[in-house]
Design a protein around this ligand. Structure first.
Ligand code: URA
Length: 202
């Protein structure tokens, strides 16, 4: 019998294998043409907090790792500001392949990759899902029946919503996307303040 740890690792690897082989994806040809990688996610398979970004950028597609470029530096800073080691959380995106020219993900791309994210949640069973940016916020809040609370991210950011997942009660937190803080110190201050709400789940 597999240990729970090995079981989760195996199930997450299955998702990786399926995404790698996902030829029907609207972004598959682009991946092959550019010789880059999908980004599945990384971190603790027992994370209490799962962070969900939008889609890989250039650095992420080159390396196959989430949030390893400029936005990743900000995310690292935010995690450090609340003393939360990056290795203790799980970091992923809704869309697992890079959209061309870093454009916003299209609804059909979100639809194509959303089920992989849903399965990642089911395996990791987090206590908190932290949505980074409006696309992630939209997908996650709708998935957990919070569409009535949706609005421009300037409204729900930093707030914690109760939701019920198949594995129990969870919290949903909407946050600005770290990329919004690259050239905007005010946004970084807001993000730092909003991250404080995650401290209780360390
Ligand atoms: N932006 C995202 O949304 N995700 C990443 O992994 C990197 C940048």
């Amino acid at each position: 019998m597999l240990s729970e740890q090995d079981n989760r690792t195996e199930l997450l690897k299955q998702i990786k294998d399926e995404v790698v082989a996902f030829k029907d994806s609207p972004l598959y040809e682009n991946r092959v043409k550019n010789g880059v990688f999908p980004v599945i996610g990384e971190g603790s398979h027992f994370a209490k907090i799962v962070f969900v970004g939008e889609a890989p950028g250039r650095n992420e597609a080159k390396t196959g790792r989430p949030f390893c470029g400029a936005a990743g530096k900000i995310l690292d800073e935010l995690l450090a500001s609340i003393g939360l080691p990056r290795a203790d959380v799980y970091i992923t995106n809704i869309v697992k392949d890079r959209p061309p020219m870093n454009r916003d993900p299209l609804p059909e791309e979100i639809d194509a990759y959303g089920p992989f994210l849903d399965r990642q949640f089911e395996i990791i069973k987090p206590q908190v899902i932290a949505a980074l940016g409006r696309f992630s916020m939209g997908y996650i809040m709708q998935k957990f029946g919070l569409q009535a609370q949706l609005g421009p991210i300037s409204q729900p950011h930093g707030k914690m919503f109760d939701a019920v997942a198949t594995w129990g009660k969870i919290k949903i937190v909407a946050l600005y996307h770290p990329a919004a803080a690259i050239y905007d110190n005010k946004k970084k201050d807001i993000l730092k303040k909003d991250f404080e709400i995650l401290k209780q789940f360390k």
